[in-house]
Design a protein. Structure first.
Length: 243
């Protein structure tokens, strides 16, 4: 079983397509696990949902997915994000809204835990410190877990009773059978670690290896679409800086 793991696609079709092309170039995919926020910020929410649903997939809900269907208040978002949430909401069909409404907050698949924020707060928690990671790992019943939300490629690993965290580099390979860990593959559609390239991970259930990757995509194309749709300029600009 060879699985593509993506987080925070954020309606960025050019990025999602580049990720899929890069992932399938390395070998055939059996499934996609999506860690939430397939919509929000970007110009192509419907196309990204459609692309994901064309594959065998598991997806957990993120704050933008829930905001776009009114399951959480738009007032919980900052003003730029709120504008994008309301715009996304206006684009979705009833059938797509129902699909988003049916997404779980937490999924356990092939002995792997999937959640957008953390097990402490699946919707809003940013798993970016050893303290939060420790609280999450305490609640994680599987040895391996993946989260999204921070848009940062991060690994937190339990070693000798302590939780250590670090950034994940492009091309890095990890033996998932070594101890308890939770990783964020980074964001496919709006990276925030200063690297504008789309981020993703591949998990091979057979040998237990997770690999982390970055791939360039046509940022200008996504920016043009965003501006044509009247989405806020700073949201388009940040894509070029990976912030
Ligand atoms: Zn996000």
């Amino acid at each position: 079983m060879r699985t593509l793991i993506v987080a925070d696609v954020h309606a960025n079709l050019a990025a999602f397509e580049a990720v899929l092309a890069a992932a399938t170039q390395k070998g055939p995919l059996d499934a996609i696990w999506c860690l939430g926020d397939i919509v929000g910020y970007g110009p192509s929410p419907r196309e990204c949902i459609q692309l994901l649903r064309g594959y065998p997939h598991v997806m957990v809900a993120g704050n933008h997915d829930l905001g776009a269907i009114g399951a959480i208040s738009v007032h919980d978002f900052n003003s730029l994000a709120r504008e994008a949430v309301l715009w996304s909401s206006s684009k979705l069909t009833q059938e797509e809204r129902e699909w988003l409404a049916g997404l779980p907050l937490v999924a356990i698949q092939e002995e792997v835990t999937l959640v957008h924020g953390s097990l402490r707060d699946p919707v809003w928690d940013y798993l970016v410190s050893p303290d939060v990671a420790a609280a999450h790992l305490q609640a994680q019943s599987t040895s391996l877990g993946f989260v999204g939300h921070s848009h940062l490629p991060l690994l937190f690993q339990e070693q000798e009773g302590r939780v250590h965290g670090r950034y994940l580099a492009d091309g890095e390979r990890l033996d998932a059978s070594k101890g308890r860990l939770v990783a964020n593959p980074g964001s496919a559609g709006q990276p925030r670690d200063g690297d504008s390239r789309a981020a993703f991970a591949l998990f091979d259930g057979e040998d237990g290896v997770i690999s982390f990757h970055r791939v360039e995509y046509d940022i200008a194309q996504t920016q043009r679409l965003m501006l044509a749709e009247g989405l806020p300029l700073p949201l388009a600009e940040r894509l070029a800086y990976g912030r």
